[in-house]
Ligand binder design. Structure first.
Ligand SMILES: CC(C)(COP(=O)(O)OP(=O)(O)OC[C@H]1O[C@@H](n2cnc3c(N)ncnc32)[C@H](O)[C@@H]1OP(=O)(O)O)[C@@H](O)C(=O)NCCC(=O)NCCS
Length: 190
């Protein structure tokens, strides 16, 4: 079994989140936006600028040597500065990326479940995201309870409603070493 575990994100993860934002934005092989291009484009940079701000939350997958291998995080964006997956000021938008050598080994699904678990545990009603339709990730999101609420030329906005939802297995079933309790998750965020 591939060994990784998941912890909550802290402000110290800001650089890694930029790395993962680059992976998310450059998912098409022919697209190769540089770090600078992403960080100087307000429509892209606002997913990570000033991490962590109030309301930000996320989870990090780490390997056995504690090196980060993937991240899923949520941020509240506003109607004045909406993300691609914006639905409302009350619904945070999710971004996810996994280091290339770690893909297709279950990390992405585990991160998705973990970040939804945290969101659910904090009483959030919903989480949204934007996915380009050609990205297989759209199927991953659908299989974890996201549904399309708006479609554009080549991208869909998807929402996972959390109220009253029973999330599959909770955190413990997919955190593969040293599972964290929800209290521990909260403490790590503080
Ligand atoms: C999208 C991403 C986060 C998924 O994480 P991952 O660790 O690779 O995904 P998992 O290993 O958990 O696989 C999840 C599902 O997707 C499938 N999958 C994984 N890689 C795939 C690929 N290249 N093509 C098609 N399906 C794939 C898996 O088979 C699995 O489905 P299953 O459980 O039914 O078998 C990751 O691949 C990534 O960072 N990609 C580049 C950035 C990106 O596209 N981010 C999302 C932008 S919206």
């Amino acid at each position: 079994m591939t060994k990784f575990s998941i912890r909550t994100a802290t402000s110290a993860d800001s650089g890694f989140l930029v790395d993962m934002l680059m992976e998310a934005m450059n998912w098409l092989p022919e697209r190769n936006w540089s770090r600078k291009e992403i960080l100087t484009n307000p429509e892209l940079a606002h997913y990570v600028t000033g991490w962590m701000q109030p309301g930000d939350f996320g989870v990090i997958a780490v390997d056995l040597a504690d090196r980060p291998v993937g991240a899923a995080w949520c941020r509240y964006l506003t109607a004045a500065d909406p993300g691609y997956g914006y639905v409302s000021d009350d619904v945070p938008e999710l971004t996810i990326g996994v280091v290339e050598s770690w893909r297709n080994r279950g990390v992405g699904r585990a991160l998705l479940r973990a970040v939804l678990y945290v969101a659910h545990d904090w009483g959030l009603q919903a989480v949204s995201l934007s996915v380009e339709r050609a990205n297989f990730a759209a199927r991953l999101y659908a299989s974890e309870g996201f549904h399309t609420v708006e479609s554009f030329d080549d991208a869909d906005t998807m929402v996972a409603e959390l109220a009253g939802r029973r999330l599959p297995g909770g955190v413990r079933s997919f955190v593969q070493s040293e599972p964290l309790t929800v209290d521990e998750l909260h403490q790590q965020k503080d």
